[in-house]
Design a protein around this ligand. Structure first.
Ligand SMILES: C[S@@+](CC[C@H](N)C(=O)[O-])C[C@H]1O[C@@H](n2cnc3c(N)ncnc32)[C@H](O)[C@@H]1O
Length: 203
C-alpha cells in the first residue's frame, strides 16, 4: 500500500494541490495557534498552512516521497514542521499533548479506524480540537458518476457520522455534518463529493 502512495506522489505537481483543504482552513482560522498533529498528511499542504499561521506542527505519513515533497514545500514557504515517516503505532505515545488534531482525507478500514481514532483522541489536551473531513458512505454514487473526484474504492473505509461520533466519545460536537460539497484539490479530488465534516472539542 505504501508503494501505491509513493507512486501517486511521484509527479512533481502536488496530488491534492498546494492550498490547504477548505474546511480545515476555515476551522483552523477560528483557533489560536498551539501544537497541532496532522496524521497521514501526504505532501503537507495542511501542515504548511498551519505553520504559516504560527502553529507548532507535527505530521506523519508512511510515504517517503510525500515526506520529501512536504519538507521541500515547507522550506520554500520558509516554515519548519516536524514530519515523521511511519504510521501512528510507530510514533511515541503523546497523551494529552496536542491542542488540535486534523484528519483530512485519512481513511482506514473500520477495525483500524476505531482503534486509531480512540488513540488520537487520547493525544488531545482537554479542550483540544479535532477537525476531520473525509468521504462518507454515500460517496460511491458520486465516484461512479465521476471517478476524478477520487476517494477509497473500499466501502468499509468510508465514514459514517454516527460511527465517528462514537469513536470520539470523549469529545463534544461543535459541528458534525454529512453533506455534498465541490472539491477542487490538485488532480486527485476534482468534482462533487459526499463527505463528513467534524469539529469536536475534547472534554
Ligand atoms: C488521500 S491522502 C491525504 C493526504 C493529506 N491528508 C491531504 O489531505 O493532502 C491519504 C494519505 O494517507 C497516508 N496513509 C494511508 N495509510 C497510512 C498509514 N497506515 N500510516 C501512515 N500514512 C498512511 C497515505 O500515504 C496518504 O498520504
Amino acid at each position: 500500500m505504501k508503494e501505491f502512495w509513493d507512486q501517486r506522489y511521484a509527479q512533481e505537481a502536488m496530488a491534492y494541490g498546494e492550498s490547504p483543504n477548505v474546511f480545515f482552513r476555515e476551522q483552523l482560522n477560528s483557533l489560536a495557534p498551539g501544537r497541532i498533529l496532522l496524521p497521514a498528511e501526504g505532501e503537507g499542504r495542511n501542515a504548511i498552512y498551519a505553520a504559516t499561521l504560527g502553529w507548532e506542527v507535527w505530521a506523519y505519513d508512511w510515504s517517503e516521497v510525500a515526506r520529501a515533497k512536504a519538507l521541500n514545500y515547507a522550506s520554500k514557504q520558509g516554515v519548519t514542521i516536524e514530519y515523521h515517516l511511519g504510521s501512528l503505532d510507530e510514533l511515541p505515545q503523546r497523551t494529552s499533548f496536542f491542542d488540535a488534531i486534523a484528519l483530512i482525507y485519512v481513511h482506514f478500514p473500520d477495525h483500524i479506524r476505531q482503534r486509531q481514532m480512540r488513540l488520537l483522541q487520547s493525544w488531545l489536551k482537554p479542550n483540544g480540537r479535532l477537525i476531520l473531513e473525509g468521504f462518507s458512505k454515500k460517496h460511491p454514487q458520486y465516484q461512479a458518476l465521476n471517478p476524478l473526484v477520487g476517494g477509497p474504492k473500499n466501502a468499509d473505509q468510508l465514514y459514517d457520522l454516527d460511527d465517528l461520533l462514537s469513536d470520539f466519545d470523549q469529545c463534544h460536537s461543535l459541528l458534525a455534518v454529512s453533506q455534498e460539497i465541490e472539491l477542487q484539490e490538485g488532480f486527485c479530488h476534482c468534482g462533487t463529493a459526499h463527505v463528513v465534516r467534524l469539529h469536536l472539542e475534547k472534554l
